[in-house]
Design a protein around this ligand. Structure first.
Ligand code: ATP
Ligand code: NCN
Length: 201
């Protein structure tokens, strides 16, 4: 059985928290590949101002290109409407061979919201979840597993990963205030942000 990780996110912008989490999970689970999927219209961020998807895609590409196990997909940018994960996983199942198991990687904070996700029980049946622990949030992954009963016990996993207290929100705020963003995201991403004058307002 081939194991493929899915790292979905808004990536506005992508940072070392995302990259280190994805690599730690890939390594632990011996995955063949982790696909980074920038969400065109993140369902839980409707109404918030987010950077055009093409910039978030380009930054994700720059951040991941040195890792042979990482790939970036525009699958959600090619779909209209909210970027529901279940629609993405069904598309991936069609594109990959039958003996592939998909694992959606999230921070432990994001996994708390799973009960509100679209068609979540159906999604848990076609894709497993790995909740990586993250600084600043007290993960109650066990409660979430219990919430979904046997399905949760079998299909939601928790993995302690190195914790980096970095968030895209903090990076955007630092840029607005003119503070340095060095060493919290890849240099190429910083250069892209400066070249495209992103996050100045
Ligand atoms: N520092 C981090 N360590 C581990 N996981 C993280 C980290 N930051 C984000 N994640 C996880 O990465 C996924 C995508 O997150 P997202 O793109 O929304 O980044 P974010 O930093 O949380 O952004 P924002 O601050 O704008 O909400 C989510 O599952 C989130 O929990
Ligand atoms: O499918 C859903 O209902 C759903 C609800 C909330 C979040 N997601 C996905 O979870 C990932 C992280 O989302 P976010 O908003 O924390 O960047 C991203 O791939 C989203 O599309 C998916």
């Amino acid at each position: 059985m081939k194991k493929i990780g899915i790292m979905g996110g808004t990536f506005d912008p992508i940072h070392y928290g995302h990259l280190m989490t994805a690599e730690a999970v890939r390594d632990e689970y011996k995955m063949e590949q982790v696909i980074f999927i920038p969400a065109a219209n993140p369902p839980h961020k409707a109404g918030l101002t987010i950077t055009p998807a093409i910039h978030r895609f380009n930054m994700t590409l720059l951040a991941t290109c040195s890792n042979p196990y990482f790939k970036v997909s525009d699958i959600e940018m090619r779909r209209k409407g909210p970027s529901y994960t279940i629609d993405t996983v069904y598309e991936l199942i069609k594109a990959y061979e039958n003996d592939t198991e998909f694992y959606f990687i999230t921070g432990a904070d994001a996994v708390q919201e799973l009960p509100t996700w679209d068609r979540i029980e159906e999604l848990l049946n076609i894709c497993q979840f790995i909740a990586a622990t993250r600084q600043g949030c007290i993960p109650d992954v066990d409660a979430i597993k219990k919430h979904f009963g046997t399905l949760g016990e079998k299909r939601i996993h928790r993995l302690a990963t190195p914790e980096l207290e970095i968030s895209s929100t903090d990076i955007r705020n630092r840029l607005k205030k003119g503070y340095s963003i060095k060493y919290i995201l890849p240099e190429a991403v910083e250069q892209y942000i400066r070249k495209e004058h992103l996050y100045l307002t």
